[in-house]
Write a protein that binds this ligand. Sequence first.
Ligand SMILES: *Cc1c(COP(=O)(O)O)cnc(C)c1O
Length: 373
Amino acid sequence: MRLLPFLDLGRLHRSIRDPLDEAYRRVVDSGWFIMGPELEAFEAEFARYCEVRHCIGVGNGLEALHLLLRAYGIGPGDEVIVPSNTFIATWLAVTECGATPVPVEPNIETHNIDPGLIAAALSKRTRAIIPVHLYGQPANMDPINELAARHGLIVIEDAAQAQGARYKGRRAGSLGAAAATSFYPGKNLGALGDGGAVLTDDDAIAEQVRQLRNYGSKVKYQHDLAGYNSRLDELQAAFLRTKLAVLDGWNARRGEIAGRYSQLLANTAISLPAVPDDADPVWHLYVIRSKNRDALKANLEQQGIATVIHYPVPPHRQGCYPEFAGRQLPVSETLANEVLSLPMDPLMTFADVERVADAIRKFASVDGEMLGQ
Ligand SMILES: *Cc1c(COP(=O)(O)O)cnc(C)c1O
């Protein structure tokens, strides 16, 4: 039985081995490893790609969010609207600043924050909203931006899963006041290690983040802010330049794979991802829902097909947030019990996709009979 991995990063990188080797050699030969020409070039290239004025490379996605919140002066006593259904980093960035995350439930079809539920979650202390483009699907940004403008709130996108996605023709990362993204290896644009970036059109915020990432310093050995050491190193910047050149091709292939999954899995008991008309997603993940998720996952595993759950435990149920333990967030809890991410890898073949879909259809029909459907 041939194993079908969830994502084969080794194979993906072997397919661009020569340009990666050349990027490595360029950095080693230059003798310059932090805050040099590769970072400067990558920042310019990725800013252009995301259609914003500024890209600031930082240590990782969590730090990108955290530095942005600090740059906006968000801290103790402030509240920040976050999706109840997201990776923990969105919440951790808020608590790291001493501010309070205020969770808002998602739309169960898109899995993204439901803009209609935000108004009820606002208070006098609310300062910002962090919509997440979960699984590579842009959040419904227009109503979020309108609400934010009416209440004087800052909109910070968490675009960690959405490099290249578009909403109404505009790039993820350019849809709010500022955005944070992650180059964790498994992301659509992944480094060969940790990395992240802040994106914004705001000159003053860009300047603040540049300063914060580098010990709070604008001039060497002069520290006007108590900053951090959170920089995207030259080696990662060079690898990211190489991978940015193939991102659109890989995203397009993800789209073909998603389209094939949706075709093959239509008319089963499985819920498929919904794509709003105004969204152009990049399929970081292809996430289905099943009432019998755990049995389905085990069944696929027996057939050598790897799947992952994003995410099995929502942030409010995590041990690090005992203050949220009693909160009822039923949509997020349902999603945590039902979601399953299918293999998604730009180098998957349609035969691989068919193998996964066949196994799911077989399970769903037997499962449906058992349930008397
Ligand atoms: C990956 C991710 C992050 C954090 O990025 P890191 O680089 O791992 O710190 C934040 N938000 C979301 C939605 C993510 O998927």
